[in-house]
Design a protein around this ligand. Sequence first.
Ligand code: ADP
Ligand code: MG
Length: 246
Amino acid sequence: MSLTIENLYASVDGTPILKGLNLEIPAGEVHAMMGPNGSGKSTLSKVIAGHEDYEVTGGRVLLDGVDIAELEVDERSRAGIFLAFQYPAEVPGVSNANFLRAALQARLPKGEEIDAVVFYKEMYAKMDELEMNRKFTSRAVNEGFSGGEKKRNEILQMMMLDPRYCLLDETDSGLDIDALKVVAKGVNSMRSPNRGFLVITHYQRLLDYIKPDHVHVMSDGQIVKSGGAELALELEESGYDFLKTA
Ligand code: ADP
Ligand code: MG
């Protein structure tokens, strides 16, 4: 079982961004993706999630061996792919609780109804874990949330949806150290032999709390270096200068 990216090419508005990217995330592993701004990290996560602005011009994304090219965003979500956005969208007029409930309802077979009591119990338990005030259940999704509150809310969605492969795009940015620890705790509680993670981050700091199995560096639409957790520490020391001489 794995999320496998094979020789992936993708463009936005005709501009090539991903240029032959290969990556395999076996279930059970956490892979961290680092690299300079503009190298294509967010593009990669959005292409995997099936964002409509990005055109795949070559290669494949395989979910447990199945090519997902033909699947729409919602179908990929139901197939088990979850993306926590770098810039989470606000959804005015839809309460957080109703949003989550609708997302879970959409995963049930036709005719089956979510048990509201079970749903609220589970949501409250996860909010407690994330130290989120219950007032966030009735507020519109992300509307007027601070940067850190949005990121926590993304993790709440992830915990409720129980995905197979989780893509976290700079979930640590905008978080103070306490919020970072809470988010990391949420992610760590979800680590399982059946679930894979791609954690995009600029900072080693997050990786102090979410220990990656592998670390990759992306540059100009490709992975240019891979290693173990120690690679993130090296990058913290020496930066991305090696990319210029490479
Ligand atoms: P990263 O997340 O590594 O900082 P991105 O994937 O956000 O990089 O961006 C990679 C490149 O693609 C950048 O040069 C960016 O300007 C460009 N890009 C991304 N999305 C769009 C878009 N919707 N329209 C035009 N250019 C885009
Ligand atoms: Mg980005």
